[in-house]
Design a protein around this ligand. Sequence first.
Ligand SMILES: [Zn+2]
Length: 341
Amino acid sequence: MQVSAPDEVRAGSRGYYRVPVTTSVSGQDVHVTFHVVRGARPGPTVGLISTSHGGEFLSIEQIRAVVTGTDAAALRGTILACAVANPVAFEQGRMTTPIEDQNMNRIFPGTAPAELGARYAGGVTELMAHLVTHHVIEPADVLLDFHLGPHDQAVETIDVPLQTTGASRDRIRAMGSLFGVTLHEWELFPGSAVGYAVSRGKLAFGVEIGGGGFGNAQSEKWIAQAERGIHGVLQNLEMVPGAPNYPREVTLFGARTGVRPRYGGYHVPTVSPADLGNWVEEGQVLGRTYDVQSFALREEMRSPHRGILYMARGYAPVYPGDWAYAICRAEGVTQWTPPRG
Ligand SMILES: [Zn+2]
């Protein structure tokens, strides 16, 4: 049900509201939409953010599954969700906001309209980031920010911010382990949603499960996997009944290497999404790029070292300098055992 403000969503129900951002040059209203699933009983607040990068879209379905599939009457606490944090970039399928070419996930907490004059660069992205901060990040105790592959790029990992320590890090690891993928521990950008949230003392991590254009069965698997992970997080926080289904152990890694196309062309992968999370050997061929005019082999992409593959490409054009594959460094891989009970 559409409401005009979050307070209008009563205990034990859900609703959504739109917040105006601006009017586009052609006179279209630009707004950001927020969903509230308010539990029947008070408890923690979990924030879900997706598509601050406009080319990443499978997470919209992952969030829709959770928002529409959660029984508010049985929920303790609140879920706040923004499925399309950057609708201007999403409209054009772009990672950055087209008007100003700005990366939303580098500028949190954004800027309020009255403060915009003090900024040298960035306009509408700053305003949208400010709304997402105000409506989701600040009220949240736990924040999950969804990033995954755009078209023809698949990713499976959880981003654990290295700027957290001790008990906070362990709580994030435990929640992240419920998604059934590796945990990538790195210093997330200070202006990312997760980087900003942890600077505000919140528990926050990135969820990167899936990508676009890998077919219905694979897409449904990734949506269900993310849904199970989020359900596990809600169980971890005792917002829904049941014990979280922690894995016996989870793989952690730190440093990684990107395999990036030196040349553009048509890319034919030799690994598939089923290989994500598996070990690859030094020198292993991951895919080949062919010239679309002459059909000449343009580039053979190989793993630069032994490690775990967590990003891969589909059968599709690749652009020079883009991302094709990512492999963690074997020497940084450790196993971590989530606490029980
Ligand atoms: Zn992203």
